[in-house]
Design a protein around this ligand. Structure first.
Ligand code: SF4
Length: 367
């Protein structure tokens, strides 16, 4: 579909598009509710071709590895790690294959999914007209006190699922016209995800994979995703380890780990460049959420990005910090940010020469 053009999104057009999509796919899909499908592979392939949003014969990174069997081997490598789980820097070493849970609280090797649906609140180059095909995975290995999705990440809201169903979700999102498969909080389920991509690729999945992570990752695991992930969407939350320890459950090494894995992500997929239609298919898209009282060390993060990555690296400076969950236990982060706090970060990013800034989130400050 080479004629998709990104419109300037007003709130009105956002709501209209969302309403159309809800009607199109049905509310049962939007709110999951144990939704189950078994898509016919022939049908899926046909529809996938119809919804080739790229118009350029785009081929996702994972397809080659699927064909050679390497994708399956990588999935098995990750699966074996579950026996003494070290999928993330917490390195709990619990046997998830025998039902044990670690810091993330994932129930052993059981997959739990909160919802899957076209999402129109993500970055514009991921949303386009068809939406970002978002799959919200339950539980989290970072557990921030201000998490916006705390009911999913920390209370475990979701439905037990399995790998075949995860593959079906991906195919379903492709069939209804999403531009990508956006895996939110994927780290503790990376083994399940690779297995599902392998199955879905065999049934016609051709959308880019978006790895939507907090950056609380192990370098060795991210290296195993080389050639599988098309778009990395990492947060860079904190510059200072005292802050990450305080607000993200003792994750003192977060800043150094985030720097390390973001560099690796860039090595794998490079600078994110949209297609002629404005849709992103490959590359690194960094997010940074500006926090009250500079709790994240925002200006230093902008400086590091400018000094260590190309100046046209995509950086979304997010303004939508909202005090929820346990953030009221910390007075310094128990409010929204001000316009001055936000502008200061944008100014520093520009001074440092960052030339691909997404500052659309600024409308939050004007509400
Ligand atoms: S994925 Fe979960 S169980 Fe595994 S090391 Fe990380 S927090 Fe621990």
């Amino acid at each position: 579909m080479g004629d998709i053009i990104l419109k300037k999104y007003t709130r009105r057009s956002f709501l209209e598009n969302t309403a159309k999509l809800c009607f199109k796919v049905g509310l049962s899909l939007v709110f999951f509710n144990g939704f189950r499908i078994k898509a016919s592979s022939d049908k899926t392939t046909t529809i996938a071709n119809k919804y080739d949003h790229t118009g350029s014969g785009f081929e996702p990174a994972y397809l080659e590895l699927h064909k050679t069997g390497e994708l399956n081997r990588r999935a098995e490598t990750l699966w074996a790690i579950l026996e003494r789980c070290q999928l993330c820097p917490r390195r709990c070493r619990v046997n998830r294959l025998k039902g044990m849970s670690g810091f993330c609280r994932a129930p052993g090797a059981t997959l739990v999914v909160s919802s899957f649906h076209p999402h129109f609140g993500e970055e514009r180059p991921l949303v386009g007209n068809g939406g970002s095909g978002t799959i919200f995975l339950t539980h989290c290995n970072l557990r921030c006190v201000f998490c916006q999705n705390w009911e999913i990440s920390q209370l475990g809201r979701g439905v037990e699922s399995d790998i075949d169903e995860l593959a079906d979700m991906m195919l379903r999102l492709q069939r209804i016209g999403c531009h990508n498969i956006n895996l939110v909080t994927p780290t503790h389920y990376s083994a399940h995800i690779l297995k599902a991509i392998d199955i879905a690729a065999g049934s016609g999945l051709r959308l880019p994979i978006v790895y939507n992570t907090s950056s609380w990752e192990r370098l060795e695991i991210i290296q195993l995703l080389d050639g599988i992930v098309d778009i990395y969407l990492p947060d860079f939350k904190y510059w200072n380890g005292d802050m990450s320890a305080k607000y993200s459950s003792g994750a003192e090494r977060y800043p150094e780990i985030a720097r390390e894995v973001i560099l690796e992500m860039h090595r794998q997929v490079g600078v994110a460049k949209p297609t002629i239609n404005g849709i992103m298919q490959r590359g690194l898209m960094i997010r940074h959420l500006v926090m009250p009282n500079n709790a994240g060390g925002s200006e230093q993060i902008m400086e590091w990005i400018a000094e260590n990555l190309p100046k046209d690296t995509y950086v979304n400076i997010m303004a939508q910090y909202n005090p929820v969950y346990k953030s009221f236990d910390y007075p310094e982060i128990s409010r929204r940010i001000t316009g001055d706090e936000y502008n200061k970060v944008v100014k520093r990013a520009k001074e440092m020469g960052l030339a691909n800034l997404d500052i659309q989130g600024y409308w939050w400050l004007k509400r």
